[in-house]
Design a protein around this ligand. Sequence first.
Ligand code: SF4
Length: 422
Amino acid sequence: MDSIYTLNNCRITCNKPGSPVYTKISFPVHCGLFTELETEEFIFHFNLNGEIIRARLKSRDWVHPHEWLKRTDGNDWVYYSTGGYTGVFEATGEYYLPNLQYPTNNLLGGRPFARKEVKYLVNHWHEMLVKTYRNLDNCPEEIEMFFQQTISNSPEILAEKASHLFSIIGNRISVLPPDARHVDYNLIPLTISRGCLYKCRFCKVKNNTPFTEQSEKRIDTQLMRLKKFYGLNIKNYNALFLGEHDGLQTSPVLLRRSIQKAYEIFHFADSYINETCIFLFGSVTSLQNCSESDFQKLDILPGKKYINIGLESCDQETLERIGKPLKARQVKEAFHLIQDINEHFSSLEITANFIFDENLPENHYISMLELIRDSQKHVKPKGSIYLSPLKFDSPARKHLFAFNRLKTLSRLPTYLYIIQRL
Ligand code: SF4
């Protein structure tokens, strides 16, 4: 039950019920239970642990009332812009474009963090919160507690909490699967294995860790520590990321055990958010190592499972140029296996990434279209293809023309992959 307080020029809605479903809609719909603090100057949202999660100013210099800042569990501020509604949905599958403060491969981004009012909000939200509290008198007990808690979650404390989260899971997650957009990247990370198999030369998100599985004991310890870390706010989560870069290479038994245990320990069945989603990365090798029975057993576990595979290219010259140690033949076989799995398993969706850059051999695009267009008899709604720009930190809308051409020709849902960390 929400409770609304109006004090001086400030309105506080405790336990405001947001949407229990992540919807793709052209006006902002915020999910989960949160507390909203609104004054003449700003609107802030806090999660069930009293940590700020969203903010926007109400002044006229704020570009659009539908745009807002979100703070992630990794303590990054992300600016969600409408992108002027020009092609953002077609390019990303979402109505709002996340603008990030760290180097990424987004082609569409503007520079919202260079704007005075955005910088001001990122740097001064806590002062604004304290000032609002000081201007109030005779606060009801619930409101007094709300301010005590939210004020104690200062920027320094929130940064420490993010570091604590990274220490629980072993390190910061340098990249989340593109499918995590379906839950606005609001997921609990659980490291079931570290590193990846290929260490491709082009990859900017890899680490030096050879692929290593985590023991059951370490996973169980993480689960208990994560449960404590998320505290009351765990109710706002119904999604899991099984890290790190090739969760699918983890032994099938350990993979299934991790999903089942996380589902139980995080009480996903009682989440405020309706549908459980599981996200992980896979590789050509780990995909081909899985048997049909492994996929069947995964399919019957709770939730929708999204597995994202980095195919990158089915052109041999391109694979060699980017230093991906695979043969074009293996990539093609993996692509067809993906189609098969997507057709036969209702709770599994395997998505695939291809690289996207102006300087690639022509055959990269020709061979890719053979797969995503010519080999498909019909347009399919499932099994998204993500085109991942190779260049970091060089937004260039001019490349959207090439992207749109590929998207139009593709018979699979095709989007840009914006690399986002946790
Ligand atoms: S693209 Fe994937 S497999 Fe290749 S180095 Fe990066 S994380 Fe590893």
